[in-house]
Design a protein around this ligand. Structure first.
Ligand SMILES: CC(=O)N[C@H]1[C@@H](OP(=O)(O)OP(=O)(O)OC[C@H]2O[C@@H](n3ccc(=O)[nH]c3=O)[C@H](O)[C@@H]2O)O[C@H](CO)[C@@H](O)[C@@H]1O[C@H](C)C(=O)N[C@@H](C)C(=O)N[C@H](CCC(=O)O)C(=O)O
Ligand SMILES: Nc1ncnc2c1ncn2[C@@H]1O[C@H](COP(=O)(O)OP(=O)(O)OP(=O)(O)O)[C@@H](O)[C@H]1O
Length: 554
């Protein structure tokens, strides 16, 4: 099998290679096309005085006869007819850009009191919110785009690792059930063949409602949305009603943002309330999952991967190899599904099970999904997640499924939890040695670095530590922290190679038939962020190049 190849098996395949939005912004600082946000093509008009009255917004300037057809949070993305949200940020107040928004055709600005004062003379009437504009932006955006009630089923996925994967599996399953999917993930936003790269995991509410409105135009019947903890606490989901939300796992991440695990967990668990969703699905393998299930304020269905555990659904992995994992899922009243995912790891079966239960909970029968699949095989391609680069050339010495060839995977894992999941999986299915390479983010949760180094060295035979996005930090200092964790673990041979391009080639040169190389971190990304600059860098392209040089790809 070589299901991971884009353009072959996936209903979610990428028609064009995506480019990071930061780069798009630089190339095209003022954009009027769909490069930065997907919007409805035939928007409704909303009379601004009505909007002001409905949301208790004071008017500053004459709103009569003014209609909004869209919403934008960034002056550079404003399209004619937009309501511009001039919001205070960490660095600037958005109202400082009111004149640019007006020039680009904004009809008014939604802001706060200080924003209204800042924008005097900018030529844009204001709707002034008594609370932070974030707190009203979601509902206002839903009102402008008419997305308060959607016919489509809306699915939300949260957890520390695997959200993007579940979202893509959901889209593939919806496609199998004959339902047009739409998705919003860390990698992409996607409506039919219209795809844009994402800059946030969960878009700001202004962008999200525009996307939902376009999905409605395109008759999307099922929408899969990745939900970050940051989005929940920042009101990015306001105005969205999820039919089903899911939680898969929880482990250390984002402590730079939340301070401690408890606060991070509390942010995620807020999704399980009636203000956001009708019902939930929770993996209860861990105490955190059990806690979400117990404390949820909406009805939840529980999934366990352990036989006999107290849960509504049980998952059993029946077969696994590097080419994928087969499983049986059993639920209440005889509900069941037997199938496979073309990506390795028990956790991928868990991701698939979660997606299947979400559909079941939304009233989409599993039989309908199964009828659209061949022998239960879920044809999913997830950009940059366990993506096998060696599969693309089919230069396998031992043929598909053979154990004699070198395999190189690029992955997006960047947490201790994802490292453990992937390395445990490789421990079970890799025929030869595991060569693992990674680097860590600068200016992000620094407390997880030693743990990442330790887990990496415990789970691999050869570990190459390189640079990732150092951002404003000294890359050598980041590597030193990773190395400290790795060397304390003492299992793998540990190599430091700062330049990821050199590190990729080093990994290839060390590999012998049967070995598996896993490069964690960059996944689908196409840049490296160094000292405030985005330098073009695609791990997937780099690996392809190195494999060609070594004669392992045509
Ligand atoms: C720390 C943080 O939350 N930053 C967010 C914030 O930026 P900021 O406060 O720094 O904004 P600012 O630069 O001061 O500008 C203020 C306002 O002026 C506007 N502006 C600014 C410049 C200009 O020319 N024109 C203009 O209109 C901005 O759009 C903004 O509304 O407001 C911006 C606009 O909405 C967000 O894009 C930005 O998210 C940044 C990119 C971010 O990294 N957020 C992180 C915390 C995040 O949300 N991460 C999770 C990750 C989840 C995961 O890894 O699992 C996510 O969901 O992506
Ligand atoms: N259920 C899971 N449990 C643990 N690790 C997982 C799981 N699913 C995927 N992973 C690992 O985590 C990595 C990130 O996966 P994915 O992008 O789907 O997660 P995410 O939650 O969307 O992460 P992010 O929010 O950072 O984008 C994968 O590349 C894989 O290594």
């Amino acid at each position: 099998m070589s299901h991971r190849r884009p353009g072959r098996t996936s209903p979610c395949r990428s028609p064009t290679r995506t480019t990071s939005r930061q780069r798009l912004r630089r190339q095209n600082p003022v954009s009027t096309d769909e490069a930065l946000s997907i919007r409805p093509q035939h928007p409704e008009r909303v009379h601004l005085p009505d909007l002001a009255a409905r949301f208790d917004l004071a008017s500053d300037g004459d709103l009569s006869g003014r209609f909004a057809t869209g919403v934008s949070l960034n002056s550079r993305d404003v399209r004619p007819g937009d309501l511009y949200i001039g919001m205070p940020g960490a660095r600037r107040h958005g109202a400082e850009f009111a004149a640019q928004a007006a020039e680009r055709g904004a009809v008014a600005m939604l802001t706060d009191g200080p924003g209204a004062r800042l924008a005097v003379g900018a030529g844009l009437p204001a709707l002034v919110s008594p609370v932070h504009p974030r707190e009203v932006m979601g509902d206002v955006s839903a009102a402008v785009y008419g997305t308060e009630d959607l016919d489509a089923k809306v699915f939300g996925v949260t957890g520390t690792n695997g959200k993007t994967s579940v979202v893509y599996i959901l889209a593939a399953l919806l496609g199998a059930a004959g339902i047009t999917p739409g998705l919003s993930s860390t990698a992409e936003r996607r409506v039919g063949d219209t795809v844009i790269p994402s800059d946030l995991t969960s878009p700001e509410a202004s962008e999200l409602h525009g996307l939902l409105a376009r999905m409605r135009e395109e008759r999307v019947g099922g929408i899969a949305i990745e939900v970050s903890a940051q989005a929940v606490v920042r009101h990015r989901l306001d105005g969205v009603r999820f039919d089903v939300v899911a939680f898969n796992n929880f482990s250390q991440d984002h402590l730079d943002e939340f301070g401690d695990l408890e606060t991070y967990f509390a942010a995620k668990s807020r999704l399980f309330g009636p203000e956001h969703a009708e019902r939930g699905v929770v993996v209860v393998d861990t105490p955190y999952g059990q806690r979400i299930a117990r404390e949820s304020r909406i009805p939840v269905t529980r999934l366990a991967t352990e036989y006999g555990a107290d849960a509504d659904w049980h998952l059993a992995v029946t077969r696994q190899s590097l080419d994928g994992v087969s499983f049986v899922l059993q639920g209440p009243h005889g509900a069941h599904f037997r199938g496979s995912v073309p990506l390795f790891g028990r956790f991928m079966a868990e991701n698939a099970a979660l997606a299947l239960i979400m559909l079941h909970e939304a009233g989409i029968p599993l039989e309908r999904v199964a009828a659209g699949l061949t022998r239960g095989r879920i044809p999913v391609y997830i950009p940059g997640r366990l993506e096998e680069i060696t599969a693309a050339g089919e230069s396998a010495e031992a043929g598909e499924g053979g154990s004699g060839r070198i395999r190189f995977y690029v992955d997006y894992g960047h947490t201790p939890g994802s490292f453990r999941a992937c390395l445990d999986a490789l421990g079970e299915v890799a025929p030869g040695r595991v060569i693992f390479m990674f680097g860590a983010d600068g200016d992000r949760d620094t407390t997880k670095r030693e743990e990442m180094g330790r887990i990496a060295a415990e789970g691999s035979d050869v570990l190459i530590i390189c640079d990732y996005h150092p951002r404003s930090e000294d890359p050598a200092a980041i590597r030193a922290q990773l190395l400290a964790g790795a060397r304390a673990a003492g299992r793998a041979e540990v190599i430091e190679e700062a330049d990821p391009r050199v590190a990729v080639r080093r990994a290839v040169s060390l590999a012998q038939p049967g070995d598996v190389i896993l490069y964690a971190g960059p996944g689908h990304e196409d840049y490296q962020e160094v000292a405030g600059r985005h330098i073009p860098y695609s791990a997937r392209d780099e690996v392809r190049g190195a494999l060609r040089e070594a004669g392992l790809l045509p």
